[in-house]
Design a binder for this molecule. Sequence first.
Ligand SMILES: C[S@@+](CC[C@H](N)C(=O)[O-])C[C@H]1O[C@@H](n2cnc3c(N)ncnc32)[C@H](O)[C@@H]1O
Length: 402
Amino acid sequence: MNLVNAFLELDNLLHKYSSYWQFIPFQHHDYPWSNPALTRYVDELKASDFNKIDTQLERQKMCFSDFFPDMFAWGEKHQLAMSAQTEAASPFWLKTNIAGRKWQQIQAFSQSFPFKNRSIVEWCAGKGHLGRILAFHHQTSIDSIEWQAELCQQGQTQADKLQLPQKFIHADVLTTQAELLAGKQHVVAMHACGDLHTKMLAESVKHQVENIDLIPCCYHLTEAETYQSLSSYAQQSQLALNKDQIKMAVQSQLTGGNRAAVLRQKEVTWRLAYQALRADLMQDLHYVPIPSVNKSWFSGEFKDFACWCLQQHNLTAPGQVDWQQYLSLGEIRAASIQKMELVRHVFRRPLEMWLILDRALYLQEQGYQVVLEEFCDYQITPRNIVIRANIPKRHGNVCAAC
Ligand SMILES: C[S@@+](CC[C@H](N)C(=O)[O-])C[C@H]1O[C@@H](n2cnc3c(N)ncnc32)[C@H](O)[C@@H]1O
């Protein structure tokens, strides 16, 4: 993949289609695009198909490629290769305390890990599951950096039990004065969020760490309210991304099951039903946020939830309220919002690719060779892309190929 061309094409497409994704559905009473054919199409979709369309990239493509052909063509042209698997699978007894999907991700990552006979730093390690597996396979020393002391302790106990060369370093990577990557050769970060992984990239560049393997996550978890581009190309982009928009890149729901999906839908419906009541009382159609609440509210009565919301907005319920009528209005609004989300989510993976390419281009601009790969299947985790970067070897004036 030519990273610069891929980024510039994608940047243009995301800008061209911004009215289809740069909006907050809750704030709209009607579709924010002027595209009658698309409106007719989404209005005819069956509610029972929404979840499949939203979670399966192939389904999404079947539904929407006629409306956004160049966007889907970009995806095909720049389809990432799956990482080659070069290592053996790990023995089952190493799996202790690692949940199913996490184990599959770590397995896939470690089987494709480009080991260079070097010590490794594991950035924001949690309990250091990944580091432990890498230490087992390569018998190399691993420094696992983690902020939560308890996780460090649990991880260290496990590593010591297995006599693995893994050492935990208890540190806050954002505030520590220690030069965590000074003199280090290889850093890995799996699912390190926003500022945590951008700090790792900056430190790696500063200390010229030769190999970086980054699986980014939660790009919106940053101190800054608006997106701070890393590469010079993203700095020139016309997309001015805020946290809500960036968050969409990681909002794919694969887990949680049907029960969680039903509960989520009920919550959305009740919140919208309350908004309809408030709009009538105040003669004001503007969406006003309601704080997040314990999910147990949604096993009770809508009336109780609505009265609590009224209190939050310093309002009192009128004597006579047809609660069922507002619930029905909430259901209609919820269905319309789901349809807006289906269209918006066409741009979810492209937006994630835009964010990943920004990181890749930043490293390229700093002298790294960079490749992007899918290290595991999307159905195991939607955060399945790894940025692999290394500083090319220099051989004096002699070309490395000679
Ligand atoms: C999403 S978890 C990923 C853990 C592990 N890499 C994995 O893939 O399972 C992010 C980890 O970063 C740690 N973390 C958060 N803020 C941190 C900081 N400022 N310094 C170091 N670690 C931090 C959290 O405690 C958490 O264990």
